[in-house]
Ligand binder design. Structure first.
Ligand code: NAP
Length: 331
């Protein structure tokens, strides 16, 4: 029987999500990888328990996480059922719909038909009555924005989710979505964009908009799927995401170009001078922007998770450090 650490809230930092009443941990745990049928159940459980013991209250899922799609929700549901559910009121669980999930015209994108069916399936897989945050996983160019936002509003009003979010919407799409949700009376809680030292599109208007509108931001793939760590410095480890030769949007050998490797090495030296691992510096670098509510990282082991959490020991940067990092990234 799992008993969480009594001091679990002592060291974690909690940030307000935009102008909402909800606080999120500075570091959240993503279940995109490492929670599928190919992964070890005991390892998943250890990762989830360690996260919770260290104050990570937020677990992020989506209908299609696995593999196969749905399996991450199923495994998380199993962990909940095995006793973790006793702490449900201390957790923020999110899920999403938008990518391909089942065949036919109603199994992906942003129709009301798909989103409502998908949340019902997600709740069933996880054995939950509600999730805390439900996201439109990606904008749908062929469904009116009003329909997708009405579906989010409906899902919240029907009690299947407490808050609504959007993911990977550009600044213009976000403005539209936020305006409609505000009119409907279900404010947009949070935006989940890809954001890391290597992927910075959000700096071109989106972050300003989120700040102005009081919408929170949770940055996904903050470690560029593992590139922004020390793991690929001297080759590709067999068990790594690249080493496993995964498909479904995972990075591969082709992403570790000599140019990328050069940058990782230089960034790693700056991190070492700060007394941090590169993973810790990559997370801290995102948290320096107050509009970033939380950084959403994945982990394939407890050791990685512990490493990432220790970023909290040094979140501040000198102007010189920031300039040196910028020089490397801009090259
Ligand atoms: N909204 C969206 O469209 C979307 C898309 C993608 C992801 N997400 C969310 O964001 C979460 C994180 O994405 P991600 O998994 O791509 O994130 P990431 O945090 O950039 O990469 C995580 C991977 O990096 C490696 N790693 C983590 N910590 C490490 C450390 N301290 N040292 C060495 N290696 C380390 C592990 O890979 P190894 O397997 O190599 O050990 C781990 O699985 C997902 O789980 C999901 O919740 C959302």
């Amino acid at each position: 029987m799992y008993t969480p650490a009594p001091n679990r809230y002592d060291a974690m930092k909690y940030n307000r999500c935009g102008r909402s009443g909800l606080m999120l941990p500075a570091l959240s745990l993503g279940l995109w990888h490492n929670f599928g049928s190919v992964d070890q159940y005991n390892n998943m459980k250890a990762i989830i328990y360690t996260a919770f013991d260290r104050g990570i209250t937020h677990f992020d899922l989506a209908n299609n996480y696995g593999p196969p799609a749905g399996e991450a929700e199923r495994n998380f549901g199993k962990i909940l059922k095995d006793g973790f559910n006793a702490y449900r009121d201390e957790m923020i669980i999110s899920t999403k719909a938008g990518y391909y999930m089942w065949p036919g015209p109603y199994g992906e994108w942003g129709s009301r038909k798909y989103l409502v069916a998908s949340i019902d399936q997600s709740l069933q897989r996880m054995g939950l009555d509600y999730v805390d945050i439900f996201y439109s996983h990606r904008p749908d160019p062929n469904t009116p924005m009003e329909e997708t936002m009405l579906a989010l509003d409906h899902i919240v009003r029907s009690g299947k989710a407490l808050y609504a979010g959007i993911s990977s919407y550009d600044a213009q799409q976000t403005r539209e979505a936020v305006t409609i949700l505000k009119q409907l009376g279900t404010p947009c809680l949070i935006h989940q964009p890809k954001y890391s030292m290597f992927v910075r599109w959000v700096e071109d208007g989106l972050m300003d908009l989120l700040g102005e509108e009081g919408v929170g931001c949770i940055a996904f793939s903050p470690l560029a799927q593992g590139l922004l760590t020390n793991k690929y410095l001297s080759g590709v480890p067999a068990g790594s995401r690249v080493g496993r030769g995964l498909t479904n949007g995972a990075i591969g050998e082709g992403d570790i170009t000599p140019e990328v490797l050069g940058k990782i090495k230089e960034l790693n030296s700056i991190a070492a001078a700060r007394g941090q691992s590169l993973a810790q510096m990559a997370i801290a670098w995102l948290l320096k922007d107050e509009r970033v509510t939380s950084v959403l990282a994945g982990a394939s082991s407890v050791a990685q998770l512990e490493d990432n959490i220790a970023c909290l020991n040094n979140l501040s940067f000198s102007a010189d450090e920031l300039a040196a990092i910028e020089m490397i990234l801009m090259r």
